[in-house]
Design a protein around this ligand. Structure first.
Ligand SMILES: *Cc1c(COP(=O)(O)O)cnc(C)c1O
Length: 317
């Protein structure tokens, strides 16, 4: 009986076969269990709380033309998140830098998306006490990816405002980059149903919060505002504010009412996955004249120029 059962199981095509096939073709490297392997071979236990409970934190830094962009800031945030979640890393900052660099070198990618993760891991006794868990560090490198494709970056993204509210900061500290994405994912489906390409969520006060993996900015009468609280403090968001200072543009963190979004001259989003990207429609209404605006363009140009500035980058040979 048992063997017959397992035989029939083994003859079944795995339900993940198409994804596994695609994975085998991805140029990527993982660091897991203390060693490096092709991304397709990196596996994690089903019993890791990172998977079972989303009990993990992560960070993403990108590499552009073989230079990390603002690696120090990403490491600062990652280490702060690890501490806030009472996790312990088996590696120090210098070792982390070395591991990430090794991953990029081995992947032989000039432009890359580099993710570092610390999960709760599992308890050797299967206890439900998180203090018993042995924490785990994983990193991986895959080709650079952007939230917006080339066409969207040129003509601007079409966003919908979701009815799903962002998880409030009183429940999950948004400063800790985390995998609590069920609100984002449900909101994305809602946006696709409404023929939008991506989505923005409001906070529980009804002000603008953020979208799946990006912060949001509104430009009105030459000044820029980004939501002050209830959002991940994006490194790209921070970078935008620094670039504004350099360009003499007034930028601030403040609550952003939904109406300010609709009435904005320009709207753009920011993320390590793509940089600064224009938004030209929200809920089927054009922003400004419906084209990416001059301030968005200026910031985007300066942002990419900074990618070979030795102060903001770390070269990989
Ligand atoms: C990563 C992320 C962002 C963008 O942060 P960057 O550091 O600029 O990449 C914004 N919001 C959420 C929820 C994120 O996970």
């Amino acid at each position: 009986m048992t063997s017959q059962f397992s035989d029939s199981l083994s003859q079944t095509t795995p339900d993940s076969a198409p994804a596994e096939e695609a994975l085998a073709n991805i140029k990527g490297i993982a660091f897991i269990e203390g060693g490096y392997c092709p991304i397709a071979e990196a596996k994690i236990s089903l019993l890791d709380w990172g998977f079972l409970r989303s009990d993990a934190t992560y960070d993403v830094v990108h590499v552009w033309q073989s230079r990390f962009f603002r690696l120090d800031k990403h490491l600062d945030r990652f280490l702060a998140s690890v501490t806030r979640l009472r996790l312990t890393l088996p590696y120090d900052r210098a070792q982390l830098t070395d591991i990430l660099t090794q991953c990029v070198r081995r992947a032989q990618l000039e432009d890359a998306y580099v993710e570092m993760i610390c999960t709760r891991g599992m308890s050797p006794t299967l206890s439900r006490d998180p203090r018993d868990a042995v924490n785990r560090f994983i990193a991986f490198v895959i080709p650079f990816s952007s939230i917006a494709n080339k066409e969207q970056r040129q003509r601007g993204l079409y966003l919908a405002i979701s009815r799903v509210r962002r998880i409030p900061p009183e429940s999950v500290d948004p400063r800790v980059k985390n995998y609590h994405w069920l609100d984002f994912i449900q909101a994305l489906f809602e946006a696709y149903d409404r023929n939008a390409e991506n989505v923005v969520l409001l906070d529980t006060d009804g002000n603008v919060a953020e979208g799946p993996g990006f912060n949001l900015f509104v430009v009105k009468n030459g000044t820029i505002t980004t939501p002050a609280r209830g959002v991940l403090e994006g490194i790209t968001r921070h970078t935008v504010i620094e670039l504004c200072a350099e360009l003499g543009i007034d930028a601030s963190k403040a609550p952003v009412p939904v109406d300010d979004l609709h009435n904005a001259d320009e709207v753009f989003i920011s993320s390590t996955a793509g940089g600064i990207m224009p938004v030209t429609r929200i809920d089927d209404v054009a922003i400004g004249n419906g084209n990416p605006g001059p301030i968005t363009r200026k910031l985007t140009d300066l942002y990419w120029q900074k990618h070979n500035d030795p102060d903001w980058t770390t070269p990989i040979d």
